[in-house]
Design a protein around this ligand. Sequence first.
Ligand SMILES: *[C@@H]1O[C@H](CO)[C@@H](O)[C@H](O)[C@H]1NC(C)=O
Ligand SMILES: *[C@@H]1O[C@H](CO)[C@@H](O)[C@H](O)[C@H]1NC(C)=O
Ligand SMILES: *[C@@H]1O[C@H](CO)[C@@H](O)[C@H](O)[C@H]1NC(C)=O
Ligand SMILES: *[C@@H]1O[C@H](CO)[C@@H](O)[C@H](O)[C@H]1NC(C)=O
Length: 419
Amino acid sequence: MGRMPSTIGLIFVTLVASLLGGPCRGQDPAPEEVYAWKSIDYNWLAPEDRQIAIDNGNYIPENNALIGVKVWGSYAYVNVARWLPGVPSTLNIVPSFPMEELPLSTPLSPFPSWEMQKEGNCSAIQYIQGMEIDSRGRMWALDVGRRYFFTSNPDNSCPPKLLLLDLDKGGILLHTFVFPEDVVSYDKSFLNDLVVHEGIGTDWYAYITDAKGTSGAIVVYSLSQDKAWRIEDEKSMKAEEGNASEATIGGRMAKLTANIDGIALTPKDEDNPQVFYSPLGSFHLYSIPTSVLQNPPSDPMEIRSSITDWGNRTSQGDGMMMDSFGNLYFGLLGEDGFAKWPAEARTNSTLSEAVVTKDPVRLQWVDGFGFDNAKRELWLVSNRLQNIQAKDVNLKEINYRLFRIHTATKSYQYNRYSS
Ligand SMILES: *[C@@H]1O[C@H](CO)[C@@H](O)[C@H](O)[C@H]1NC(C)=O
Ligand SMILES: *[C@@H]1O[C@H](CO)[C@@H](O)[C@H](O)[C@H]1NC(C)=O
Ligand SMILES: *[C@@H]1O[C@H](CO)[C@@H](O)[C@H](O)[C@H]1NC(C)=O
Ligand SMILES: *[C@@H]1O[C@H](CO)[C@@H](O)[C@H](O)[C@H]1NC(C)=O
């Protein structure tokens, strides 16, 4: 069951590099595939539970899509979407090291427990679409609340909430914040992704994308005030019509009609911190100062005038993440790959996005990113979501993959030269 480490070697295109920032100016090495699954399976409490779950519809393998990854200590935390029924566990772990002796398709272990994955129990976790881990080992887990909204019968019985879990204490629940309905709709929202902004003392914020609603929004949560508010901008947060809202991924046309989706934050020591974002259905990359998000002006035009449009990427992207040097990583959905937008491009307009790797088989729909800060590695998920969107997942092929790549940088939550 052991395996050799494998790197993308055959088809990748590694352009980039001499231009790029970061501590070493060389190119990023090729990503190493650390796990690969035809379908996502779990460590069941008892062996017979798997068959029982299949028989009663609680486990439908083709409906389990791996979407994100974050790393803390010896575990990678991975989430599985509940767009469709038959997903027994939404938040899970797999070892982040040593994994050389584990099968490539190691089953996921529900985290913090099976009990916390219970659908319909609004005190448990319903559906984690995005999560972040802060420098103190707290997971900020974004529970969409709503489930099955890729079907004609969405379940809106539980509200959207933000959970803080202590990862060094087995994931005990430190805090729950239930979003009020006037900030996040209980039947039209889709809380998608988030970044965590460490402030002075307890003055921490989460900036969260809501892909649904008239235009989509950034939802701001203040930990010190235990309060949330919503900032909308139709021009930059709404999916565009036409070419921007579709892409050919792995040879299949996919609809990219979701509004604001990927979100990233500049490094901790940035003087004027900015949040970067993009709708799924857009080539553009935008940014807004966190000072505006924290104290939004009441005039929408004043909000709009604070937003920077950085222009078009070569394709649309889903998840995105900045490292401690301000380099931004994002997927290129229509190119079956991902790119790095160097920190220097913000001040030097002759620089632009550079493809890190393309692979028409293994990098179909690059989704979530995360850092292993101890090892200075970037981790990422590819998941062929175009097939789940078409309700045509081929379980004989590998659909879900986790990669890591040694960038020699940490996540945006750290200073550039932090040890
Ligand atoms: C709901 O979940 C919470 C948290 O896991 C648990 O304490 C509680 O017992 C559950 N309630 C029911 C009715 O299962
Ligand atoms: C945009 O879409 C039109 C048809 O809808 C197509 O003819 C055109 O080539 C597309 N352009 C790009 C840049 O993809
Ligand atoms: C950016 O992409 C849009 C399609 O969304 C296209 O209409 C527009 O011409 C592009 N702009 C530039 C500057 O390339
Ligand atoms: C901008 O980047 C180009 C390409 O690397 C480089 O030649 C130029 O010196 C840079 N300009 C500044 C002002 O750093």
